[in-house]
Write a protein that binds this ligand. Structure first.
Ligand code: NAD
Length: 437
Protein backbone atom coordinates (compact mmCIF):
# COMPACT_ATOMS: atom_id res chain seq x y z
CA UNK A 1 0.00 0.00 0.00
CA UNK A 2 1.06 3.61 -0.51
CA UNK A 3 0.87 5.37 2.83
CA UNK A 4 1.50 9.01 3.74
CA UNK A 5 2.04 10.13 7.32
CA UNK A 6 1.17 13.76 8.08
CA UNK A 7 3.34 14.67 11.09
CA UNK A 8 6.68 12.96 11.70
CA UNK A 9 6.88 13.22 15.47
CA UNK A 10 6.98 10.38 18.02
CA UNK A 11 3.90 8.71 16.57
CA UNK A 12 4.15 9.64 12.87
CA UNK A 13 7.79 8.66 12.53
CA UNK A 14 7.52 5.37 14.43
CA UNK A 15 4.29 4.43 12.63
CA UNK A 16 5.74 5.33 9.22
CA UNK A 17 8.95 3.36 9.84
CA UNK A 18 6.98 0.33 11.08
CA UNK A 19 4.59 0.40 8.09
CA UNK A 20 7.67 0.47 5.82
CA UNK A 21 9.09 -2.47 7.77
CA UNK A 22 5.87 -4.37 6.88
CA UNK A 23 6.57 -3.68 3.20
CA UNK A 24 4.41 -0.62 2.53
CA UNK A 25 5.65 2.42 0.57
CA UNK A 26 5.69 5.22 3.11
CA UNK A 27 6.22 8.97 2.84
CA UNK A 28 6.53 10.91 6.09
CA UNK A 29 5.60 14.58 5.84
CA UNK A 30 6.26 17.33 8.33
CA UNK A 31 5.95 21.11 8.36
CA UNK A 32 9.16 21.38 10.32
CA UNK A 33 11.81 21.83 7.61
CA UNK A 34 14.67 21.25 10.06
CA UNK A 35 13.17 17.93 11.17
CA UNK A 36 12.71 16.71 7.58
CA UNK A 37 16.21 17.83 6.54
CA UNK A 38 17.70 15.87 9.44
CA UNK A 39 15.63 12.80 8.55
CA UNK A 40 16.70 13.05 4.91
CA UNK A 41 20.31 13.11 6.13
CA UNK A 42 19.73 9.97 8.19
CA UNK A 43 19.51 11.72 11.57
CA UNK A 44 16.71 10.85 14.00
CA UNK A 45 15.26 13.97 15.64
CA UNK A 46 13.90 12.12 18.71
CA UNK A 47 15.33 9.49 21.04
CA UNK A 48 13.49 6.18 20.69
CA UNK A 49 15.43 2.91 21.05
CA UNK A 50 15.87 1.05 17.73
CA UNK A 51 14.33 3.80 15.59
CA UNK A 52 17.63 4.81 13.97
CA UNK A 53 18.22 1.30 12.59
CA UNK A 54 14.59 0.86 11.49
CA UNK A 55 14.57 4.19 9.64
CA UNK A 56 17.98 3.63 8.03
CA UNK A 57 17.11 0.10 6.87
CA UNK A 58 13.81 1.10 5.30
CA UNK A 59 15.17 4.30 3.76
CA UNK A 60 17.89 2.18 2.15
CA UNK A 61 15.25 -0.26 0.83
CA UNK A 62 13.56 2.85 -0.67
CA UNK A 63 10.35 2.17 1.23
CA UNK A 64 10.58 5.21 3.51
CA UNK A 65 10.93 8.83 2.36
CA UNK A 66 10.71 12.22 4.03
CA UNK A 67 9.37 15.46 2.60
CA UNK A 68 7.81 18.81 3.41
CA UNK A 69 5.85 18.68 0.15
CA UNK A 70 2.44 17.53 1.41
CA UNK A 71 0.47 17.81 -1.86
CA UNK A 72 2.75 15.52 -3.86
CA UNK A 73 3.09 13.04 -0.96
CA UNK A 74 -0.70 12.80 -0.65
CA UNK A 75 -1.66 12.70 -4.33
CA UNK A 76 -1.06 8.99 -4.96
CA UNK A 77 -1.58 7.64 -1.46
CA UNK A 78 -4.04 4.83 -0.71
CA UNK A 79 -4.19 6.03 2.90
CA UNK A 80 -3.18 9.29 4.55
CA UNK A 81 -2.59 9.14 8.32
CA UNK A 82 -2.93 12.36 10.29
CA UNK A 83 -0.48 12.06 13.20
CA UNK A 84 -0.08 15.68 14.25
CA UNK A 85 -0.10 16.94 17.84
CA UNK A 86 -3.32 17.45 19.83
CA UNK A 87 -2.03 19.36 22.87
CA UNK A 88 -4.24 20.63 25.70
CA UNK A 89 -5.78 24.05 25.07
CA UNK A 90 -4.48 26.57 27.59
CA UNK A 91 -7.87 28.02 28.50
CA UNK A 92 -9.91 24.88 29.23
CA UNK A 93 -7.72 21.77 28.86
CA UNK A 94 -9.73 20.44 25.94
CA UNK A 95 -7.81 18.98 22.98
CA UNK A 96 -6.53 21.66 20.60
CA UNK A 97 -7.51 20.37 17.17
CA UNK A 98 -6.02 23.24 15.16
CA UNK A 99 -3.26 21.04 13.70
CA UNK A 100 -5.67 18.21 12.85
CA UNK A 101 -8.13 20.47 11.06
CA UNK A 102 -5.48 22.37 9.13
CA UNK A 103 -3.85 19.07 8.08
CA UNK A 104 -7.29 17.80 6.99
CA UNK A 105 -7.76 20.88 4.79
CA UNK A 106 -4.34 20.48 3.18
CA UNK A 107 -4.96 16.78 2.59
CA UNK A 108 -8.41 17.43 1.10
CA UNK A 109 -7.01 19.74 -1.53
CA UNK A 110 -4.32 17.25 -2.54
CA UNK A 111 -6.03 13.83 -2.72
CA UNK A 112 -6.61 12.15 -6.07
CA UNK A 113 -8.83 9.10 -6.49
CA UNK A 114 -10.30 7.12 -3.58
CA UNK A 115 -8.29 7.87 -0.44
CA UNK A 116 -8.69 6.70 3.15
CA UNK A 117 -7.96 9.53 5.57
CA UNK A 118 -7.03 8.14 8.97
CA UNK A 119 -6.91 10.03 12.27
CA UNK A 120 -3.97 8.50 14.14
CA UNK A 121 -3.76 11.46 16.51
CA UNK A 122 -5.69 11.15 19.76
CA UNK A 123 -8.86 13.14 19.05
CA UNK A 124 -12.12 13.65 20.97
CA UNK A 125 -15.32 11.91 19.96
CA UNK A 126 -16.81 13.51 16.87
CA UNK A 127 -13.53 14.80 15.41
CA UNK A 128 -13.78 12.25 12.58
CA UNK A 129 -17.19 13.75 11.67
CA UNK A 130 -15.67 17.24 11.52
CA UNK A 131 -12.70 16.03 9.44
CA UNK A 132 -15.19 14.42 7.06
CA UNK A 133 -17.11 17.72 6.76
CA UNK A 134 -13.90 19.69 6.17
CA UNK A 135 -12.76 17.37 3.37
CA UNK A 136 -16.21 17.33 1.74
CA UNK A 137 -16.40 21.13 1.91
CA UNK A 138 -12.92 21.63 0.43
CA UNK A 139 -13.37 18.95 -2.21
CA UNK A 140 -17.03 18.17 -2.99
CA UNK A 141 -15.80 15.90 -5.83
CA UNK A 142 -13.43 13.78 -3.72
CA UNK A 143 -13.89 10.07 -3.10
CA UNK A 144 -12.75 9.39 0.44
CA UNK A 145 -13.55 7.91 3.83
CA UNK A 146 -12.41 9.04 7.28
CA UNK A 147 -11.30 6.27 9.64
CA UNK A 148 -10.26 6.47 13.29
CA UNK A 149 -7.19 4.36 14.12
CA UNK A 150 -5.94 5.54 17.54
CA UNK A 151 -2.38 4.71 18.53
CA UNK A 152 -1.44 2.93 21.76
CA UNK A 153 2.37 2.80 21.49
CA UNK A 154 4.44 3.85 24.49
CA UNK A 155 7.51 6.01 24.12
CA UNK A 156 10.59 3.99 25.03
CA UNK A 157 9.17 0.74 23.63
CA UNK A 158 7.33 2.27 20.68
CA UNK A 159 8.62 -0.04 17.93
CA UNK A 160 7.82 -3.25 19.73
CA UNK A 161 4.44 -1.88 20.79
CA UNK A 162 3.64 -0.98 17.20
CA UNK A 163 4.90 -4.15 15.54
CA UNK A 164 3.35 -6.44 18.19
CA UNK A 165 0.28 -4.58 19.47
CA UNK A 166 -2.22 -6.07 21.92
CA UNK A 167 -4.85 -4.72 19.55
CA UNK A 168 -5.45 -2.42 16.61
CA UNK A 169 -8.64 -0.38 16.74
CA UNK A 170 -10.30 0.61 13.45
CA UNK A 171 -13.31 2.90 13.56
CA UNK A 172 -15.35 3.03 10.37
CA UNK A 173 -18.73 2.08 8.89
CA UNK A 174 -17.32 2.14 5.36
CA UNK A 175 -16.58 -1.36 3.99
CA UNK A 176 -14.17 -0.15 1.34
CA UNK A 177 -12.15 1.82 3.92
CA UNK A 178 -12.21 -1.17 6.29
CA UNK A 179 -10.69 -3.36 3.52
CA UNK A 180 -7.89 -0.85 2.91
CA UNK A 181 -7.16 -0.73 6.65
CA UNK A 182 -7.22 -4.54 6.92
CA UNK A 183 -4.66 -4.70 4.08
CA UNK A 184 -2.41 -2.21 5.85
CA UNK A 185 -2.46 -4.31 9.03
CA UNK A 186 -2.58 -7.67 7.19
CA UNK A 187 0.70 -8.97 8.68
CA UNK A 188 -0.95 -9.02 12.09
CA UNK A 189 -3.42 -11.68 10.97
CA UNK A 190 -0.80 -14.36 11.68
CA UNK A 191 -0.10 -13.00 15.17
CA UNK A 192 -1.98 -12.92 18.48
CA UNK A 193 -2.80 -9.20 17.95
CA UNK A 194 -6.56 -8.56 17.76
CA UNK A 195 -8.07 -6.19 15.23
CA UNK A 196 -11.14 -4.50 16.65
CA UNK A 197 -13.40 -2.97 14.01
CA UNK A 198 -16.04 -0.65 15.39
CA UNK A 199 -17.87 2.64 14.82
CA UNK A 200 -15.67 5.70 14.42
CA UNK A 201 -16.98 7.38 17.58
CA UNK A 202 -16.35 4.25 19.62
CA UNK A 203 -12.79 4.01 18.31
CA UNK A 204 -12.15 7.65 19.23
CA UNK A 205 -13.46 7.05 22.75
CA UNK A 206 -11.53 3.77 23.23
CA UNK A 207 -8.24 5.67 23.22
CA UNK A 208 -9.38 8.10 25.94
CA UNK A 209 -10.99 5.37 28.02
CA UNK A 210 -7.78 3.30 27.92
CA UNK A 211 -5.60 6.22 29.00
CA UNK A 212 -8.04 7.29 31.71
CA UNK A 213 -8.11 3.74 33.08
CA UNK A 214 -4.30 3.51 33.17
CA UNK A 215 -4.01 6.94 34.79
CA UNK A 216 -6.53 5.82 37.42
CA UNK A 217 -4.63 2.58 38.04
CA UNK A 218 -1.42 4.53 38.68
CA UNK A 219 -3.22 6.99 40.92
CA UNK A 220 -4.78 4.13 42.88
CA UNK A 221 -1.42 2.56 43.71
CA UNK A 222 -0.02 6.02 44.54
CA UNK A 223 -2.81 6.56 47.07
CA UNK A 224 -2.20 3.08 48.48
CA UNK A 225 1.46 4.10 48.87
CA UNK A 226 0.40 7.06 51.01
CA UNK A 227 -1.69 4.75 53.16
CA UNK A 228 1.22 2.30 53.44
CA UNK A 229 3.40 5.12 54.78
CA UNK A 230 0.76 6.03 57.35
CA UNK A 231 0.17 2.49 58.62
CA UNK A 232 3.72 1.11 58.31
CA UNK A 233 3.08 -1.20 55.34
CA UNK A 234 5.12 -1.65 52.15
CA UNK A 235 3.61 -0.66 48.80
CA UNK A 236 6.09 -2.75 46.80
CA UNK A 237 4.86 -5.95 48.42
CA UNK A 238 1.28 -4.70 48.32
CA UNK A 239 1.50 -4.14 44.55
CA UNK A 240 2.78 -7.70 44.04
CA UNK A 241 0.17 -9.21 46.33
CA UNK A 242 -2.63 -7.33 44.60
CA UNK A 243 -1.28 -7.24 41.04
CA UNK A 244 -0.69 -10.98 40.77
CA UNK A 245 -4.46 -11.31 40.57
CA UNK A 246 -4.75 -11.54 36.78
CA UNK A 247 -7.92 -9.47 36.85
CA UNK A 248 -5.80 -6.59 38.17
CA UNK A 249 -2.32 -7.21 36.71
CA UNK A 250 1.16 -5.99 37.58
CA UNK A 251 1.87 -3.57 34.69
CA UNK A 252 1.32 0.09 35.47
CA UNK A 253 1.08 -0.70 39.15
CA UNK A 254 4.19 1.00 40.50
CA UNK A 255 3.93 3.79 43.04
CA UNK A 256 5.84 6.93 42.09
CA UNK A 257 5.81 10.72 41.92
CA UNK A 258 2.63 10.90 39.78
CA UNK A 259 2.08 10.30 36.09
CA UNK A 260 3.25 12.77 33.44
CA UNK A 261 4.17 12.64 29.78
CA UNK A 262 2.62 13.79 26.53
CA UNK A 263 -0.57 11.71 26.81
CA UNK A 264 -2.12 10.95 30.22
CA UNK A 265 -2.38 14.52 31.55
CA UNK A 266 -3.84 16.01 28.37
CA UNK A 267 -6.01 13.02 27.48
CA UNK A 268 -7.63 12.76 30.91
CA UNK A 269 -8.56 16.46 30.91
CA UNK A 270 -9.82 16.29 27.32
CA UNK A 271 -12.01 13.31 28.27
CA UNK A 272 -13.45 15.33 31.15
CA UNK A 273 -14.30 18.18 28.77
CA UNK A 274 -16.10 15.74 26.45
CA UNK A 275 -18.01 14.27 29.39
CA UNK A 276 -19.04 17.77 30.53
CA UNK A 277 -20.20 18.66 27.02
CA UNK A 278 -22.49 15.64 27.06
CA UNK A 279 -23.59 16.18 30.68
CA UNK A 280 -22.10 12.91 31.92
CA UNK A 281 -20.01 13.25 35.11
CA UNK A 282 -16.86 11.09 35.17
CA UNK A 283 -16.11 11.41 38.88
CA UNK A 284 -13.38 8.76 38.99
CA UNK A 285 -11.43 10.50 36.24
CA UNK A 286 -11.98 13.91 37.85
CA UNK A 287 -10.54 12.61 41.13
CA UNK A 288 -7.64 10.98 39.32
CA UNK A 289 -6.67 14.24 37.62
CA UNK A 290 -6.92 16.22 40.86
CA UNK A 291 -5.06 13.63 42.94
CA UNK A 292 -2.24 13.37 40.42
CA UNK A 293 -1.75 17.13 40.14
CA UNK A 294 -1.64 17.45 43.92
CA UNK A 295 0.77 14.53 44.18
CA UNK A 296 3.24 16.01 41.72
CA UNK A 297 3.34 19.21 43.76
CA UNK A 298 3.60 17.29 47.06
CA UNK A 299 6.77 15.47 46.05
CA UNK A 300 8.85 18.57 46.82
CA UNK A 301 7.61 18.42 50.43
CA UNK A 302 8.90 14.87 50.67
CA UNK A 303 12.35 16.05 49.61
CA UNK A 304 12.24 18.99 52.03
CA UNK A 305 11.25 16.65 54.89
CA UNK A 306 14.09 14.27 54.02
CA UNK A 307 16.46 17.23 54.16
CA UNK A 308 15.35 17.95 57.73
CA UNK A 309 12.51 20.41 57.19
CA UNK A 310 14.17 23.16 55.15
CA UNK A 311 15.91 23.12 51.81
CA UNK A 312 16.88 26.80 51.85
CA UNK A 313 20.51 27.20 50.78
CA UNK A 314 20.96 23.45 50.17
CA UNK A 315 21.98 21.70 46.95
CA UNK A 316 19.72 19.03 45.45
CA UNK A 317 20.96 16.60 42.78
CA UNK A 318 18.10 15.37 40.59
CA UNK A 319 18.76 12.12 38.72
CA UNK A 320 16.34 11.76 35.81
CA UNK A 321 14.25 14.50 34.24
CA UNK A 322 12.10 12.78 31.60
CA UNK A 323 8.67 11.45 32.63
CA UNK A 324 9.87 7.88 32.03
CA UNK A 325 13.09 6.16 30.97
CA UNK A 326 14.16 5.54 27.34
CA UNK A 327 12.73 8.74 25.94
CA UNK A 328 13.85 12.35 25.59
CA UNK A 329 10.25 13.58 26.00
CA UNK A 330 9.94 16.18 28.76
CA UNK A 331 6.25 17.02 28.23
CA UNK A 332 4.48 17.25 31.64
CA UNK A 333 7.38 15.50 33.38
CA UNK A 334 6.91 15.41 37.19
CA UNK A 335 10.53 16.61 37.51
CA UNK A 336 9.47 20.10 36.35
CA UNK A 337 7.06 20.99 39.23
CA UNK A 338 9.43 19.28 41.68
CA UNK A 339 12.45 21.32 40.61
CA UNK A 340 10.49 24.58 40.45
CA UNK A 341 9.05 24.03 43.95
CA UNK A 342 12.48 23.22 45.39
CA UNK A 343 13.94 26.33 43.75
CA UNK A 344 11.12 28.44 45.25
CA UNK A 345 12.07 27.02 48.64
CA UNK A 346 15.65 28.19 48.20
CA UNK A 347 17.43 25.08 46.84
CA UNK A 348 20.15 25.05 44.21
CA UNK A 349 19.49 22.34 41.62
CA UNK A 350 21.98 20.15 39.81
CA UNK A 351 20.49 17.64 37.33
CA UNK A 352 21.36 14.76 35.06
CA UNK A 353 19.38 12.78 32.48
CA UNK A 354 20.74 10.40 29.83
CA UNK A 355 18.56 11.84 27.02
CA UNK A 356 16.31 14.59 28.36
CA UNK A 357 18.69 17.45 29.11
CA UNK A 358 18.44 19.14 25.70
CA UNK A 359 14.68 19.63 26.06
CA UNK A 360 14.93 20.26 29.82
CA UNK A 361 17.29 23.20 29.23
CA UNK A 362 14.53 25.09 27.44
CA UNK A 363 11.98 24.35 30.19
CA UNK A 364 13.96 24.91 33.38
CA UNK A 365 16.07 27.86 34.41
CA UNK A 366 18.97 28.16 36.85
CA UNK A 367 19.66 24.42 36.85
CA UNK A 368 23.23 23.12 36.54
CA UNK A 369 22.98 20.32 33.95
CA UNK A 370 25.75 17.78 34.48
CA UNK A 371 27.41 15.29 32.14
CA UNK A 372 27.31 12.32 34.51
CA UNK A 373 25.68 11.07 37.69
CA UNK A 374 28.65 11.53 40.01
CA UNK A 375 29.53 15.06 38.95
CA UNK A 376 25.83 15.86 39.32
CA UNK A 377 25.92 14.68 42.94
CA UNK A 378 29.07 16.66 43.77
CA UNK A 379 28.41 18.59 47.00
CA UNK A 380 24.71 17.60 47.13
CA UNK A 381 22.78 17.72 50.39
CA UNK A 382 20.02 15.53 48.93
CA UNK A 383 20.00 13.20 45.92
CA UNK A 384 16.56 12.70 44.34
CA UNK A 385 16.07 9.71 42.05
CA UNK A 386 13.31 10.89 39.76
CA UNK A 387 13.27 8.61 36.67
CA UNK A 388 14.09 4.89 36.64
CA UNK A 389 16.69 4.93 33.84
CA UNK A 390 18.63 1.66 33.75
CA UNK A 391 21.87 3.48 34.55
CA UNK A 392 20.45 4.67 37.90
CA UNK A 393 19.70 1.08 38.90
CA UNK A 394 23.42 0.38 39.22
CA UNK A 395 24.71 3.35 41.20
CA UNK A 396 28.18 2.98 42.70
CA UNK A 397 27.27 3.97 46.26
CA UNK A 398 30.94 4.21 47.26
CA UNK A 399 31.55 6.88 44.61
CA UNK A 400 28.24 8.53 45.38
CA UNK A 401 29.14 8.76 49.10
CA UNK A 402 32.39 10.50 48.23
CA UNK A 403 30.63 12.96 45.89
CA UNK A 404 27.78 14.15 48.12
CA UNK A 405 28.04 16.51 51.08
CA UNK A 406 25.19 14.84 52.98
CA UNK A 407 24.22 11.19 52.24
CA UNK A 408 20.45 11.59 51.87
CA UNK A 409 18.69 9.75 49.04
CA UNK A 410 15.06 10.31 48.09
CA UNK A 411 14.12 7.46 45.77
CA UNK A 412 10.81 8.35 44.11
CA UNK A 413 10.85 5.12 42.03
CA UNK A 414 11.55 2.63 44.84
CA UNK A 415 14.63 1.22 43.09
CA UNK A 416 16.71 0.83 46.23
CA UNK A 417 16.15 -0.98 49.51
CA UNK A 418 16.92 0.66 52.81
CA UNK A 419 19.55 -2.03 53.61
CA UNK A 420 21.57 -1.27 50.48
CA UNK A 421 21.47 2.48 51.07
CA UNK A 422 22.24 2.26 54.79
CA UNK A 423 25.16 -0.08 54.22
CA UNK A 424 26.76 2.81 52.35
CA UNK A 425 25.85 5.38 54.96
CA UNK A 426 22.82 6.86 53.12
CA UNK A 427 19.49 7.60 54.70
CA UNK A 428 16.73 6.55 52.30
CA UNK A 429 13.23 7.92 51.74
CA UNK A 430 11.13 5.91 49.33
CA UNK A 431 7.48 5.94 48.30
CA UNK A 432 5.06 3.97 50.45
CA UNK A 433 7.77 1.85 52.07
CA UNK A 434 7.63 0.59 55.61
CA UNK A 435 9.64 2.88 57.95
CA UNK A 436 9.71 5.62 55.30
CA UNK A 437 10.80 8.86 56.88
P1 NAD B 1 4.73 15.38 18.08
O1 NAD B 1 4.57 16.76 18.56
O2 NAD B 1 5.97 14.62 18.43
O3 NAD B 1 4.64 15.36 16.48
C1 NAD B 1 3.68 16.04 15.72
C2 NAD B 1 4.33 16.50 14.43
O4 NAD B 1 3.33 16.97 13.53
C3 NAD B 1 5.33 17.65 14.60
O5 NAD B 1 6.59 17.27 14.08
C4 NAD B 1 4.71 18.80 13.78
O6 NAD B 1 5.69 19.62 13.17
C5 NAD B 1 3.88 18.04 12.77
N1 NAD B 1 2.79 18.79 12.12
C6 NAD B 1 1.84 19.58 12.70
N2 NAD B 1 0.99 20.04 11.77
C7 NAD B 1 1.39 19.55 10.57
C8 NAD B 1 0.92 19.66 9.24
N3 NAD B 1 -0.18 20.36 8.93
N4 NAD B 1 1.59 19.02 8.25
C9 NAD B 1 2.70 18.31 8.54
N5 NAD B 1 3.19 18.15 9.78
C10 NAD B 1 2.55 18.76 10.79
O7 NAD B 1 3.44 14.60 18.57
P2 NAD B 1 3.30 13.03 18.93
O8 NAD B 1 3.82 12.77 20.29
O9 NAD B 1 3.80 12.24 17.78
O10 NAD B 1 1.72 12.90 19.01
C11 NAD B 1 0.90 12.93 17.86
C12 NAD B 1 -0.49 12.45 18.24
O11 NAD B 1 -0.43 11.08 18.65
C13 NAD B 1 -1.12 13.20 19.40
O12 NAD B 1 -2.50 13.30 19.18
C14 NAD B 1 -0.85 12.29 20.59
O13 NAD B 1 -1.81 12.45 21.61
C15 NAD B 1 -0.98 10.92 19.96
N6 NAD B 1 -0.24 9.86 20.65
C16 NAD B 1 1.01 10.10 21.13
C17 NAD B 1 1.71 9.07 21.75
C18 NAD B 1 3.08 9.31 22.30
O14 NAD B 1 3.55 8.48 23.08
N7 NAD B 1 3.76 10.38 21.94
C19 NAD B 1 1.13 7.80 21.88
C20 NAD B 1 -0.15 7.59 21.35
C21 NAD B 1 -0.83 8.63 20.73
Amino acid sequence: MKITMIGSGYVGLVTGACFAEWGHQVTCVDKDVHKITRLQQGEIPIYEPGLDVLVATNAERRRLKFTTDLPSAVADADAVFIAVGTPARHNDGDADLTFVYSAAKEVAVAIRGYTVIVTKSTVPVGTGDTVERIVARERPDAEFAVVSNPEFLREGSAIDDFLKPDRVVLGTDDDRAASVMQLIYQVLEETPSRIVVTKRRTAELIKYAANAFLATKITFINEMADLCEAVGADVQDLAVGVGLDHRIGMPFFNAGPGYGGSCFPKDTTALLRTAQDYGVPLRLVEETVGANNARKRRMALKVIEAAGGSIDGLTVAVLGLTFKPDTDDMREAPSIPLIEALQRSGATIRAHDPQGMRHAMSLLSEVAFCGDVYSCCEGADVVVLMTEWETYRHLDFGRLRKAVRVPTLVDLRNIYNRDVAERHGFSLTGIGRAHST
